[in-house]
Design a protein around this ligand. Structure first.
Ligand code: SF4
Length: 368
């Protein structure tokens, strides 16, 4: 099903929608994103239970550190995870439901769109907040997902004022960075045209008698058609051939380094996916390896020492001096936030002034 979140990829590779789709649910990054979105939907959607209590234990610290107030959304009157059905041919939009987990009931000719959060600022004016927990998705005004949300909301609520919209990027310390924009009424027909063109291109690829045309790029990273993509399959074959080159230095000449680097990233993606399939097989039954070993599921126990209990035991047996040397107290920004709430920033400043924050700068190679 074509939806707002797919539009960017489909605008470059409409053929991807014509291939079989496999959704990845085991990716820890996607899992964290889903948990954070659920937490925000509970926080602003007015659930009776304390929203943090509904967060799986492993993600509590991460969610507790989120500065909710900075989103400037009403705690009870925010529309959360609102699903729309949009018809590109008639430019009509209707609300399908809230928090329906993308289980849209669409009629033929409709496509789906879910808005993370929005609220009515004043009669005829809406403010949309699209939350991102991962990488930057480019300027808000050009973002197709946000554009379609603005169009759907404007049509469904019959707005006459510009739609305010922003992408809120969650930072590792729970603060936000915002990219704010506005879609005027005059921009809406342009957005409608853009969506119509993408949908038409997808239909063209879906009706091709042979394999669809595909276009590779950074948009491939989360493509659900990756496993069935003809370009990626050719790449896998090329990888096997190129890996047979005599030495690594044959691969790495400065003039080729950029191209090879991008290529290696694609190989990594393929290798990760293939590894996952092999791990699944190994979980079912051990796989003998050419080295003579076997790849199999094994139980591993990791031990950690409870600091409070260790301190008590060591104090009793060896005295406080030894115990304090052996047990180092630690804390984190998330823990301070959890206990002190809004006070945590000034507490951190005091700790910093007392020399209690260690900063280490590392040199690393990364894309910028
Ligand atoms: S993986 Fe293949 S089908 Fe998917 S976006 Fe990339 S090129 Fe298109």
């Amino acid at each position: 099903m074509i939806s707002a979140s797919k539009l960017y990829r489909l605008s470059i590779c409409p053929g991807s929608e014509a291939l079989p789709q496999v959704t990845r649910e085991d990716d820890p990054v996607s899992r964290e994103g889903t948990v954070i979105h659920e937490y925000l939907a509970n926080a602003f959607g007015g659930v009776e239970t304390e929203p943090l209590a509904l967060v799986p234990f492993d993600y509590r610290d991460r969610c507790a550190a989120i500065d909710l107030d900075a989103l400037d959304l009403p705690y009870k009157n925010t529309f959360v995870e609102t699903a729309f059905a949009y018809r590109p041919d008639t430019e009509q939009s209707r609300i399908v439901g809230n928090r329906i987990l993308r289980k849209y009931k669409l009629t033929p000719g409709e496509i789906g769109c879910t808005a993370d959060m929005y609220h009515i600022v004043k009669p005829q004016q809406v403010r949309i907040v699209e939350v991102k927990t991962g990488q930057n998705v480019g300027p808000a005004y050009d973002n197709l997902q946000l554009r379609m949300q603005a169009l759907c909301i404007a049509k469904a609520h019959q707005l006459t004022e510009p739609v305010r919209a922003e992408i809120a990027y969650l930072q590792s310390d729970g603060s936000w960075e915002f990219d704010k924009t506005e879609f005027t009424q005059a921009a809406l027909p342009e957005i409608a045209d853009q969506i119509r063109e993408i949908v038409a291109a997808v239909h063209l690829e879906q009706t091709r008698p042979l394999s669809p045309n595909v276009v590779e790029g950074s948009h491939c990273k989360y493509c659900p058609a990756f496993a069935h993509c003809p370009a990626k399959r050719s790449l896998a074959v090329a990888m096997a051939t190129e890996l047979a080159l005599p030495t690594i230095t044959d691969l790495v000449r400065r003039e080729d380094a950029g191209r090879i680097y991008e290529r290696l990233k694609s190989y990594d993606e393929i290798a990760e996916r293939v590894k996952k399939v092999i791990y699944e097989m190994a979980r079912e039954e051990a796989i003998p390896l050419p080295s003579g070993k076997s790849l199999m599921e094994v139980a591993q126990t990791r031990e950690t020492v409870d600091g409070a209990i260790a301190l008590e035991v060591l104090q009793t047996k060896y005295g406080s001096a030894v115990a304090c040397k052996a047990v180092q107290p630690t804390t984190s920004k998330a823990a301070l936030d959890r206990v002190l709430g809004k006070e945590s920033k000034s507490a951190l400043a005091l700790i910093d002034a007392a020399g209690g924050i260690n900063r280490k700068t590392y040199l690393m190679v990364k894309e910028r």
